[in-house]
Design a protein around this ligand. Structure first.
Ligand SMILES: [Zn+2]
Length: 293
């Protein structure tokens, strides 16, 4: 059985052909908002993908998605509002299409073919410009009543220094996002430094760099400790740019969670680094398509 997973981003579209949970072909095309669907269809021909051999197609899309109806309620990145993506695409290629929000897709990808492969229930956090995520319980992604489940970066009272881009004052996102971590690094070291340029210092236990990371990740750790008792997942998985630091990054988060959770609960909930990296969206979109087939 072959599935196509498509991860639509603001500047490029990643397309993968998947068989037995593994990507057997992968390529990128640029995102052109006006010709997007035709570009994707043309790319199948260009890359010798015969739709006759494809069982299902899944698309990961940034924004608010009505996954049941296949309608994009709002995608700021792609200028779509109440756009019936599923119908438009299906009319053109005569194949069933499934759509899902990109952060949710990444959670599913990591669950299906990444660090979550051997677990049934996970909470996935992705740390990028913002903080997003996804919650999977017994193989089911939790969408919630109105589709907002997994918006892990917002709401609550996790810090009281930085206003969030969503308008609230106490979200964890302005601290734990990559942007937030870099802000803490600047505050504490008095220097503008990208995360990628301080990885060496992090690994060598540089005091100021660790202090900055600790400051930024404490609100995330508080959130994780809440999820550990709210959901009691098999594992917590961390993805996104800063997670490329690897195990020491997970270890630091783990030590911060330990301060906020009962030992016997925290010890049974491993905090893992995501494995599928940039392929999470493709894999998750494919798994979503498979489940909807
Ligand atoms: Zn917020």
């Amino acid at each position: 059985m072959k599935i196509i997973g498509i991860d639509i981003g603001g500047s490029s579209i990643k397309i993968g052909l998947i068989k037995n949970k593994r990507i057997i072909k992968k390529y990128y095309i640029p995102t052109n908002k006006k010709t997007l669907l035709d570009d994707i269809i043309k790319s199948f021909d260009d890359n010798k993908i015969n739709l006759k051999n494809i069982n299902s197609i899944g698309c990961a899309i940034p924004g608010f998605i009505n996954h049941k109806k296949g309608i994009i309620t709002l995608s700021g990145n792609l200028d779509w509002k109440n756009f019936n993506f599923k119908k438009k695409f299906e009319d053109k290629i005569k194949k069933k299409i499934s759509i899902i929000n990109d952060a949710n897709a990444a959670a599913y990808g990591e669950y299906w073919a990444g660090a979550g492969e051997k677990y049934n229930s996970i909470v996935f956090y992705t740390i990028g410009t913002g903080v997003g995520g996804g919650i999977i319980i017994n193989d089911k992604l939790i969408f919630g009543s109105n589709g907002y489940a997994g918006e892990l970066g917002h709401g609550g009272n996790f810090q009281n220094e930085r206003k969030c881009s969503c308008g609230l004052n106490n979200c964890l996102e302005p601290f734990a996002s990559a942007v937030g971590i870099e802000k803490s690094i600047k505050e504490i070291t008095k220097k503008n430094q990208k995360i990628i340029n301080v990885v060496d210092k992090f690994l060598k236990n540089d005091k100021l760099i660790l202090k900055a990371f600790r400051k930024s990740l404490k609100p995330l750790a508080t959130h994780i400790s809440i999820m550990e008792t709210a959901i009691n997942p098999d594992a917590i998985i961390i993805g996104g740019g800063p997670s490329n630091i690897g195990k020491p990054f997970a270890k630091l988060i783990n030590s911060l969670v330990k301060e906020k959770q009962l030992d016997f609960i925290h010890k049974k909930t491993p905090i893992l680094i995501a494995k599928t990296k940039n392929d999470a969206g493709i894999l998750g979109a494919a798994y979503w398509a498979l489940k909807n087939n």
